[in-house]
Write a protein that binds this ligand. Structure first.
Ligand code: HEC
Ligand code: HEC
Ligand code: HEC
Ligand code: HEC
Ligand code: HEC
Length: 158
């Protein structure tokens, strides 16, 4: 009678252990997204992030500026907003973990309202769609990939 239960108990214990181990070991850290969906007025763009990294042999720093003092890249829109408007002015400080990121645009880390001469030269910082179009297409012109007047729907969904 006792013996009949041994296989069941053994299996249950093994399953419980497998479940516990699976729970304790975190999944492999995935710091590079597989795909990025960029919704915009030109039509949604699905960017195959991992393909660009693995199959086209690109470095993170080919696209992500790497001098902002953070271990993991952050979204481009933190620095390339649709417009440098009131909303950006009020909220952008929260987007960065390190002070080094501030120095990408400011001479030193600002703590309050800026005087006229301390303001970043926003003419030289591309806005969101300029930043994407410029980076995506200038590399494609060099290495292959969609660029130019007839290429719109190779990236944008109709
Ligand atoms: C071909 C250009 C390109 C390459 C190469 C690339 N990335 Fe990206 N990555 C992007 C773009 C574009 C986004 C989307 C950013 C956005 O939504 O503003 C992104 C997004 C990310 C994000 C999400 C950021 C967020 O907070 O939304 C992470 C993390 C990331 N990349 C990490 C990496 C790492 C790590 C590497 C190198 C192994 C890498 N990337 C290589 C272009 C690239
Ligand atoms: C921490 C802020 C920051 C982040 C995040 C950031 N940028 Fe920039 N980027 C800048 C600034 C500031 C400039 C202006 C020129 C300079 O200082 O290099 C710039 C310049 C550019 C330029 C024009 C100069 C050039 O290299 O051709 C492009 C294109 C660009 N960024 C694309 C991107 C893309 C795409 C991403 C996301 C993958 C991104 N940037 C993320 C701050 C940032
Ligand atoms: C992508 C460039 C960029 C980055 C990175 C950046 N800033 Fe700014 N910051 C700006 C711009 C543009 C303004 C508006 C300037 C103006 O008033 O014309 C601004 C304004 C400010 C102001 C004044 C706000 C006001 O109401 O007058 C403060 C404070 C400030 N930034 C702090 C920071 C801090 C702190 C960091 C880093 C954690 C940072 N910024 C990173 C571009 C940037
Ligand atoms: C640093 C170089 C580089 C940058 C930046 C880059 N690409 Fe590419 N891209 C490539 C290469 C290389 C190919 C492959 C070309 C080929 O096979 O002929 C490619 C191919 C593509 C393709 C067609 C095949 C596929 O993988 O879907 C699309 C769509 C594409 N890229 C979208 C984008 C978008 C959107 C961005 C900007 C967010 C971007 N790329 C930025 C290098 C780049
Ligand atoms: C290599 C891929 C690629 C190609 C080719 C491309 N785009 Fe884009 N486009 C993007 C990305 C990425 C964005 C930014 C998405 C975002 O803002 O999140 C964008 C943004 C836009 C926007 C939105 C601007 C805004 O401020 O909302 C328009 C409009 C646009 N593209 C039109 C076009 C037209 C017209 C063409 C052809 C001449 C074209 N695009 C070709 C990738 C591409």
């Amino acid at each position: 009678m006792k013996n009949r239960y041994i296989p069941i108990i053994t299996i249950s214990v093994v399953l419980a252990l497998v479940a516990a181990v699976g729970f304790l070991i975190p999944p492999a850290v995935q710091d590079a997204p597989t795909r990025v969906v960029l919704d915009n007025s030109g039509g949604r763009v699905i960017f195959n992030h991992l393909t660009h990294v693995d199959d086209y042999g690109l470095e993170c720093s080919d696209c992500h500026h790497d001098d902002i003092g953070q271990d993991t890249p952050i979204a481009c829109g933190n620095c390339h907003p649709a417009a440098f408007d009131k909303k950006f002015k009020a909220e952008h400080m929260k987007n960065f973990k390190s002070d080094e990121a501030c120095l990408r645009c400011h001479d030193e880390k600002p703590t309050g309202p800026l005087s006229e001469e301390d303001r970043p030269d926003i003419e030289s910082i591309p806005t969101r769609s300029e930043a994407f179009h410029k980076q995506c297409m200038s590399c494609h012109e060099d290495m292959g990939g969609p660029y130019g007047e007839d290429s719109c729907y190779e990236c944008h969904a109709r």
